[in-house]
Design a protein around this ligand. Structure first.
Ligand code: SF4
Length: 456
């Protein structure tokens, strides 16, 4: 994203610059880029993106529309967050606090600011001071309001505040463990599976997760990824020329950090491709920047249905009244919602925490979709659990709670093998023509299986 704004708006040549709290010039650039970001709507309104006859909203989607008045514009401020605002932003009016541009422009990105808000542990302090690479830290004021100022082991704090363990490289870890670069026919597209592609739209996120699979490319000023309209155009040409692609996942970085007009440009161009049946948006924004989910945004998205959304949740503490409001706006706009959760040691690696998270998600009309084994990204060994822990969690859910609350537990195979589902061993084998099955309580049952070749 940082590169996207620089190439779109600033025309800065690619560089390997690094954002670091010890690198003031990089911070200055970040500030410039964010200013550009804040002014994005106004700069675009001078040069509106044109919609051709071909890529006008699909009339069949009219049936998905409801009266505008049905979309909630109200944004809640929860009690804890109110306390935080009173303490750290007493001069900020609710209107400003609830403006997502303000939230993005005022992300906490310096040691000084963070130290003012939370008591940093020695490990956090050392990591921030020494940080000198991609994946800077950045936290929206809203998400910062959820952090425990005293407890460095608070689960959600651990996901966004770096620690010294990030500097350790464990065996098997790699900067691009999934081999995405090898499956990229044109910049920004990862084409791994037969009928679908991943479209990396930006390298910018409102909050940087410390275990990010794409840590090599997010938050980097410069770097290999060039996010600009020319690149998007080439990616769209690639999708147009591959008629087997029926499903496009917009990801990044976080596509919902794009201005409405940019996102609409992408959605309308994709919707104009006859063989693209299904568009998905992968995002953490509803969780860390719920203010972004405005009635205007959801009104725009619904014009390009079917659009689905995969939302990155980590812990039940993330489901606040603000987030519930945002999810309600998305669901009311007819956007099917699924969640993606990375299994993280000491953060959500228990049946109880996962069950609570998945139950809360269902209450908010989000289907728990994937639980990922943490990818072996460089510097993430402190986040990774054993695979048996993941199996234990799935076994502790299946049968004990609603089937809808159980996600697919998968390992994204290192080297580009794709997602491989991992299940407890429910199938125990065959005996006398019967399939021997173990149920959730460990009891054995037999099922009279059909042997296919006896049917001929
Ligand atoms: S929001 Fe997604 S892309 Fe961004 S840092 Fe977190 S995991 Fe990575």
């Amino acid at each position: 994203m940082r590169k996207m704004y620089s190439t779109m708006e600033i025309d800065e040549p690619p560089s390997n610059g690094i954002l670091s709290v010890t690198n003031p010039s990089a911070l200055q650039k970040e500030a410039t880029i964010l200013t550009t970001h804040t002014n994005y709507n106004s700069s675009l309104s001078k040069k509106p993106l044109k919609f051709s006859q071909q890529n006008k909203p699909n009339p069949r989607n009219v049936m998905h529309r409801v009266a505008k008045g049905n979309l909630r514009a109200h944004i809640t401020i929860s009690a804890n967050t109110r306390e935080f605002i009173n303490k750290f932003y007493p001069e900020i009016a609710d209107e400003k606090w609830n403006d997502w541009h303000w939230q993005v422009a005022n992300r906490i990105r310096t040691l000084e600011k963070l130290q003012n808000m939370i008591d940093l542990s020695d490990s956090e302090l050392e990591a921030i001071k020494l940080h000198n690479g991609p994946l800077p830290f950045a936290i929206t004021p809203y998400y910062a309001s959820l952090l425990n100022a005293k407890d460095a082991n608070q689960p959600i704090r651990r996901t966004v505040v770096m620690t010294r363990e990030e500097n350790f490289l464990a065996p098997g870890e790699a900067v691009d463990p999934l081999g995405e670069e090898d499956d990229s026919p044109v910049p920004g597209i990862v084409h791994r599976y037969p009928d679908r592609v991943l479209f990396l739209t930006t390298g910018f996120c409102s909050v940087y997760c410390r275990y990010c699979t794409r840590s090599r490319m997010v938050g980097v000023p410069g770097g290999e990824a060039q996010y600009n309209i020319q690149q998007w155009g080439k990616a769209i040409e690639y999708i147009k020329s591959h008629t087997e692609i029926r499903d496009v996942l917009l990801s990044g970085g976080d596509p919902l950090t794009l201005a409405d007009e940019r996102l609409e440009w992408l959605l309308s161009n994709l919707r104009a491709i006859p063989h693209v049946e299904f568009i998905r948006i992968g995002t953490k924004v509803p969780v860390v920047l719920p203010q972004r989910i405005t009635p205007k945004l959801v009104e725009m998205i619904r014009k390009y249905h079917p659009v689905w959304m995969s939302i990155h949740f980590t812990h039940p503490d993330e489901i606040t009244p603000e987030v519930s409001d945002a999810l309600q706006r998305l669901a009311d706009a007819g956007i099917p919602l699924g969640s993606q959760t990375v299994l993280l040691k000491g953060i959500n690696d228990s049946v109880d925490v996962m069950k609570k998270l998945f139950h809360e998600l269902l209450k908010n009309r989000v289907k728990p979709y994937y639980m990922y084994q943490c990818d072996p990204v460089s510097g993430t060994s402190h986040f990774r659990t054993s695979v048996s822990k993941g199996i234990e969690i799935i076994a502790g859910l299946r049968g004990y709670t609603t089937g809808y609350a159980i996600p697919n537990y998968v390992i994204d195979a290192p080297g580009g093998g794709g997602k491989i589902p991992i299940l407890p061993e429910y199938v125990q084998g065959h005996e006398n023509g019967n399939l021997i099955l173990k149920n959730y309580e460990g009891k054995l049952f037999s099922y009279p299986d059909i042997v296919e070749n006896t049917l001929k």
